[in-house]
Design a protein. Structure first.
Length: 116
């Protein structure tokens, strides 16, 4: 199983980035996919989640600015991040969960740095 995250980088405050996470080795359309983030000294926190039925939910801190989506044909989940703030700076991790088999997988993380 591999979750390959990409799209991170350095951006100015107010800018945008789109993260991608390509999954291999899982039945993608049966997994809930999510993005988490972890800033230095902080715990890992949920940013956004999308179920196999395309139901989404977001952390309050990113509502209205971030959008999660998935393309089951490409086994890829995306995170569109707009109006970025310095507090969005973190390593972003892709996550896959399949409740029926109680399996969870993590990607390697991609760094997002927002300069103010």
């Amino acid at each position: 199983v591999q979750l390959q995250a990409s799209g991170g980088g350095l951006v100015q405050a107010g800018g945008s980035l789109r993260l991608s996470c390509a999954a291999t080795g899982i039945i993608f359309n049966r997994n809930t996919m999510a993005w988490y983030r972890q800033a230095p000294g902080n715990q890992r926190e949920l940013v956004a989640r999308i179920t196999s039925d395309f139901i989404t939910n977001y952390a309050d801190s990113v509502k209205g600015r971030f959008a999660i989506s998935r393309d089951n044909a490409k086994n890829t989940v995306y995170l569109q991040m707009n109006s970025l703030k310095s507090e969005d700076t973190a390593v972003y991790y892709c996550n896959a969960v399949r409740l029926s088999t109680r399996t969870t997988y993590w990607g390697q993380g991609t760094q997002v740095t927002v300069s103010s």
